[in-house]
Every structure is written in structure tokens, then in C-alpha cells.
Design a protein around this ligand. Sequence first.
Ligand SMILES: Cc1cc2nc3c(=O)[nH]c(=O)nc-3n(C[C@H](O)[C@H](O)[C@H](O)COP(=O)(O)OP(=O)(O)OC[C@H]3O[C@@H](n4cnc5c(N)ncnc54)[C@H](O)[C@@H]3O)c2cc1C
Length: 433
Amino acid sequence: MAWDFETDAEYQQVLDWADDFVRDRVEPLDLVWPHQQFTPLEGKRREAITPLKDEVRQRGLWATHLGPELGGQGYGQLKLALLNEILGRSQWAPIVFGCQAPDTGNAEIIAHYGTDEQKQRYLRPLLDGELFSCYSMTEPHAGADPTLFTTRAVRDGDDWVINGWKFFSSNAATASFLIVMVVTNPDVSAYQGMSMFLVPTDTPGVKIVRNVGLYGERDDEGSHALIHYDNVRVPNEALLGGEGQAFVIAQTRLGGGRIHHAMRTIGLARKALDMMCERALSRETQGSRLSDKQFVQGYIADSYAQLLQFRLMVLYTAWEIDKYNDYKKVRKDIAAVKVVMPTVLHDIAWRAMQVHGALGVTNEMPFLGMVTGAAVMGLADGPTEVHKTTVARQVLRDYEPTDDTWPTEWIPRKREAARARFADYLEAEVGNL
Ligand SMILES: Cc1cc2nc3c(=O)[nH]c(=O)nc-3n(C[C@H](O)[C@H](O)[C@H](O)COP(=O)(O)OP(=O)(O)OC[C@H]3O[C@@H](n4cnc5c(N)ncnc54)[C@H](O)[C@@H]3O)c2cc1C
């Protein structure tokens, strides 16, 4: 029997250290420098944050998603999940631990598909936490269906020239390079006709038209770029993986990205549950504490159960990824996690907000940010509906249709077969009457 839900004592100590460190030293960064995680470190911010990163490195917790050959610890997804659920409490924590999205996914595909030169130029500094990257795939007219993308790269001598528009390219404004998904051969299916390019952000023709902000962010805080690629010329060496490889690469990237978001979401949802419980125990109305009211008990019980289900699902999926070492084999469960994630965060944050009364909906508490975060989880890396169809398709692969008019589990036929099987006994029973 290999099923085991316990963390070994040695790693638990590591997690306990990380938990204290994130609460005491990292969460305050969210309040003094909110929304600035992806702005290159300068001046006082560099002075404050570099020692935190150094401490993480000394503890051996830097970039734990990567193997030792890339400067990480090669923890695997399960250990990473237990760490990430701690980091999920804070916007800054993934940066301080060198494992922030989208850079983790971007690093992963350069590590898998990049040439030695590309790894030297882009991957090394990315892993050192010295620069940021951007994944530029969605287009203004199409996101959920990449086969509709029209941004084109055309060969011109030894170069490629890229033209088109991309939307919601997160962190493009502060990223040093972009990974752009484009059509390189419109005459074959999109699955063979699209490629990825590594494009330095300062390449002539990369025009960031505007940085779109999420609800609640100030106009100058937007970080999701609308980009016009206007005759952007890159050498053939900018191609990531082979020509026509974009879909294969995208699946590698997005599989990892989705499960890492889910790990961090556990931490955020637990933070909301913690706040709900504290408030329920602390506030009195109509003769008793909120925690004595059955409605509120229902909120707590439902939230606890939802979080437990979600956490086990994420840990199980992480375990599967470690076991198979192949995202494709775990596609169904990664998609199922992605489907469940927004609802879990939304429901728990919403109930916690309600239990806090008026204070809950103010900008003095984080709940509406969490609710918006839940909405984002239902879109970023693909909408919930699309992932549901993936789950359903994968589930259906394990089933066969029946030619019969009546389902296999049709009771009259099964009863008849059961009676035939036990006929000797049934006859004896009748005989005894
Ligand atoms: C915070 C955030 C960060 C992001 N970062 C990046 C990034 O860095 N790089 C990047 O390239 N993209 C990024 N995206 C874009 C994201 O990948 C797209 O939003 C997503 O793929 C959906 O595309 P869309 O917004 O164009 O929606 P659409 O494709 O227009 O879909 C809209 C809605 O239509 C419905 N729908 C769509 N397809 C189906 C279907 N097959 N069946 C049933 N219903 C369907 C769903 O309700 C869906 O929400 C980000 C998005 C967010 C919110």
C-alpha cells in the first residue's frame, strides 16, 4: 500500500519555515509595493527584496520547480504543491521564491525546446530572477480558439518578419523578451502551421499600444498588453523548437502553469477561510457569536469541505504528474482542477466577505480582490467551458456505446440474468415455502 497523506518530518520543517517567512517578511511587501512584483528591482525595492531572495536561496528553496541542472532543487510537483500553497497567500511570495507565473512556464519551455544559445541568453537570467518574460499568444479577436490566430511570420532570407496583433500579453511592458505564437504556414492545419518565436521586447516594430488593467487596478497599473507586431524582424535562431511546433510547446507550457495556479489558489482560499473563522468567533449579534449561527456554520462547513476536496484533487494531480512525468497523460485531471479552481476560490471568498458584513466589501479587506481573482482563474490559461469539454472528451474515451435499445444497466434484463445465475437457490427457496 503506497497511499500516504503525510508530509515527512524533514520537509514539514522546511514548510514551517516558509510559512513563517511568508507571513512575517513577504506579505508586508504586498502592502508597501502592491502590483509591482513584475517591475524590475531598483533602488530601495532592490535593497529590501534582494536579502529576502538570498535567504530563500540559502534555504535551498529558490526556483524549486526546476531540476538541479537548471539551478533549482528538482522538487517535483507534489513537494512544490505543498510549498506553493504557502506562497499563494502573497502576491510577492512567488517572486521572492523564484517561481512566479508566467516566468515558470516560459522557463520550462525554453529548458525543453531551447537551443544552447537560447538557454544562455534567456533562461539563465530568467532563473536568476534578473529579468521577466511574457507569453504572447491570445489575439484581440480570438483567445480560446488558437486555430483562429492570424499573426503571421513570413520568411525573408535568413530572417522571419512578424506582423499581427496580440492581446492580454501579461507583463510585456516590463518583460525583456516575448514568446510569440504565430502562423508560419497557413496552408496546413493550425496544429502544424504555427510556431513560437523568442523576441526581445526592444526589437523594432514591437509596439505596446496599451496596458490593460484588471478591475480595481488604477489606469497606470495595467499589465496586460495589447501589442502590435509591426514588421518585427527576427533571425531564424529566434525560432523556439522546430517550425510548426507551437501547439506541442503550448501544451507543455500551459499544463504546468495551470497546476501551479491551482496550488497557489489553495493558499488564497485558505486565507479567506481563516479570516471567516476568526470573524465568526469574534463577532456577536442577537445574543450569540456568528459562529453559533447555523447559517454561518454552514458557510464554514461548506468552505472547509470545498477546500479539502480541491486540495486533495490538486495534490493527487501533482502526484500524477510526478509519476508519469508527462503532462499529456494527466491532461484530464489538470483540466478538471482548472474547472473547479474558480468556483472554490469564489465561493469561499464570497462567504468570508459576507461574514465580515460591510467591512467585507471595502478596500480595507482583500475579499473583492479574491473574487476578481476567481473570475480571472476562469479565463486565464483558457476559459472554464473549454476545460470542461476537455475533461468530458477524455472521460468519454474510457467508454463504449451500446447497440442495444436498453442500457447495459437496465434492471429487468440484469434481474433476469441474476435470477438465472442463482436459479438453483431460488428454486430451493420456493420449494421451502
Ligand atoms: C489575467 C489574465 C492574464 C492573461 N495572460 C495572458 C498571457 O500572458 N498571454 C496570453 O496570450 N493570454 C493571456 N490571457 C488571455 C487568456 O488566455 C484568454 O482570455 C482566454 O484564452 C480566453 O480568450 P478570450 O478572452 O479571447 O475569450 P473568448 O475566446 O472570446 O471566449 C469568451 C467566452 O466564450 C465562451 N467560450 C469560448 N470558447 C468556448 C467553447 N469552446 N465552448 C463553450 N464556451 C466557450 C466562454 O464563456 C469564454 O469565457 C490572460 C487572461 C487573463 C484574464
